[in-house]
Design a protein. Structure first.
Length: 277
């Protein structure tokens, strides 16, 4: 027969062991996973497809840059301006201007003054050989500069470009809102998990599920970009390049999440081993 003290001691041990055992919170893991995935996705898009610098880099390496310059050159030639007036450096500047303006929600308004100045200088030098005053050539050049710029910019600001500009502006606004809400929600969840002493257990599982879902989304978005490109043969090479570089950039962010998850699971294993000792 067990004494009352022995029975009481066993009951206390059961109570203490049950209180020390961490409770599972499925809803916490579900909501935490959703918030982490949304935050990761918004950050990846902000660094790639919704980032003017990233898109500028992609365009500079593709045939889209030459396509834009063909439009500019064709208009310049209509006004008797040689396409040699547009150097590669100036062409890259114009492409960067166009992308920055679109991603800022503005109409394309390229600054063609450097090109016009090059034409004016060249015309002045040629005219001087024939004894024609430089003021005459400068007045002729300045007279058409505004007309040339207006014609080129109007051709670039097509309805498709305006629609794309509007879509980019909306996407960036939504992306920033999602990132902010997700970050605030995760901050609250982390604080509560720390106070309840279940941070490592909960967020190790959150990290695991988030890593898996985020990786699937990265693959899906890369495939979607290539699929869109297949519908537009003229841009297929650009979209293929864009999909590859998006995948590479996004994987870098995903690895941070994966490493964080591995650290949490590793700490759980180490702590479990130390408790057994």
């Amino acid at each position: 027969m067990e004494t009352r003290s022995a029975i009481r001691r066993k009951q206390q041990e059961k109570l203490s062991s049950s209180s020390e055992k961490p409770h599972r919170h499925p809803l916490t893991i579900v909501w935490g996973t959703i918030l982490v995935v949304l935050l990761m996705l918004s950050l990846m898009l902000n660094q790639t497809l919704l980032n003017a610098r990233f898109v500028n880099h992609e365009i500079s390496r593709s045939n889209l840059s030459s396509t834009l310059m063909e439009t500019v050159n064709s208009n310049l030639s209509q006004y008797g301006i040689s396409t040699t007036a547009l150097s590669d450096k100036e062409a890259n500047k114009l492409v960067t201007q166009a992308v920055d303006q679109v991603y800022s929600g503005k109409e394309i308004n390229l600054n063609l003054q450097p090109v016009i100045n090059n034409v004016g200088n060249s015309a002045s030098q040629t005219a001087a050989r024939y004894g024609i005053s430089a003021e005459v050539t400068n007045s002729m050049t300045s007279g058409v500069s505004d007309e040339v710029a207006s014609a080129i910019n109007s051709q670039l600001n097509t309805s498709q470009v305006k629609q794309f500009t509007s879509m980019i502006l909306i996407a960036k606004t939504v992306d920033h809102a999602v990132a902010l809400i997700s970050a605030i929600g995760l901050g609250i969840m982390i604080l509560v998990a720390v106070l309840r002493k279940c941070f490592i257990r909960s967020f190790s599982w959150i990290g695991l599920w988030s890593s898996l879902i985020t990786y699937v989304l990265i693959l899906g978005l890369g495939a979607l970009i290539n699929q869109i490109g297949s519908n537009y043969p003229d841009f297929s090479s650009f979209t293929a390049q864009l999909g590859t570089d998006f995948h590479s950039q996004a994987i870098g962010s995903w690895l941070v999440l994966l490493i964080f998850t591995v650290i949490l699971f590793g700490w759980r294993i180490v702590r479990g081993v130390l408790k057994r000792r």
